[in-house]
Design a protein around this ligand. Structure first.
Ligand code: ADP
Ligand code: MG
Length: 245
């Protein structure tokens, strides 16, 4: 069974059909890229998947459960995590504190009556830092980290919430090429070892073809192609959109 089933998803802003009749399935343990030129509708799709935007029509089901109509934080609790184009961390706090806080907020509903924040152990947070390869920076303020490492903190925070699906909108924006490959290799490992599914957007075709299992290509809100790297690379409509031929 697919983790996510999207059917006939639409979003209009006034007269603009930002997302136009988009349908796709995302399997479990799968890394899928959402491609398309600027303005194609990628971010609008993401914003609907995590409940920030209400679709004009359509259906988004996670393992059979309809997400449309649920509040963003309920969708997040169901296991839809997200990272942002600009990493969202608390700069003045240490790396490990950022992750401890995420763990705390994830479990607060269950634990708030008997487990105050200062008891929120370091060890589970360090474990997550180990997972993303930055345990050595645990006690540094986030503000002192290289940008590529801040993105790793963000990933550890996202993992603290136990996602089943992680949405990553341009995770590599502003990164140097070696950092980019590192972050994507790490994401790939989370998919393979932790069994999560990832949907991400990315401009570099090289990155996408190296790391994604499959791709969706949007143009002017419409899904023009879907499939693996080979299929996408040779798809006439994709060539037209990207290379004008
Ligand atoms: P992408 O992320 O692929 O660059 P977006 O999803 O941001 O594309 O935008 C798709 C289209 O929807 C664009 O034409 C954009 O101008 C329009 N759009 C996006 N958000 C809004 C909004 N809040 N209000 C009006 N138009 C919007
Ligand atoms: Mg965008």
């Amino acid at each position: 069974m697919s983790l996510l089933t999207v059917e006939s998803l639409n979003k209009s802003f006034g007269g603009v059909r930002a997302v136009d009749d988009v349908s796709f399935e995302l399997p479990k343990g799968h890394m899928m890229a959402l491609l398309g030129p600027n303005g194609a509708g990628k971010s609008t799709c993401f914003n609907m998947l995590n409940g920030q935007l209400v679709p004009s029509s359509g259906s988004i089901r996670m393992e059979g459960e309809e997400l449309i109509g649920k509040r963003p934080r309920d969708i997040w609790r169901l296991g839809v995590g997200r990272t942002f184009q600009i990493a969202a961390v608390f700069n003045s706090m240490s790396v490990v504190e950022n992750v401890q806080m995420a763990l705390f907020s994830h479990q607060r509903r269950l634990l708030r009556f008997f487990k105050p924040l200062h008891r929120y152990d370091r060890e589970p947070a360090l474990e997550l830092l180990r997972l993303v390869g930055i345990e050595q920076y645990a006690d540094k303020p986030c503000s002192t980290l290289a940008y590529g490492d801040v993105k790793r903190v963000e990933l550890a925070i996202a993992m603290a919430h136990g996602p089943r699906l992680l949405l990553m909108d341009e995770p590599c924006a502003g990164m140097a090429p070696h950092e980019r490959n590192g972050l994507m290799a790490l994401t790939r490992r989370l998919v393979d070892e932790q069994g999560i599914s990832v949907l991400f957007t990315e401009h570099s075709m090289d990155v996408v073809f190296s790391f994604a299992d499959s791709m969706l290509v949007l143009a002017r809100g419409k899904l023009i192609a879907a499939g693996d790297g080979n299929h996408i690379r040779h798809h006439p409509k994709v060539k037209e959109v990207y290379f004008g031929s």
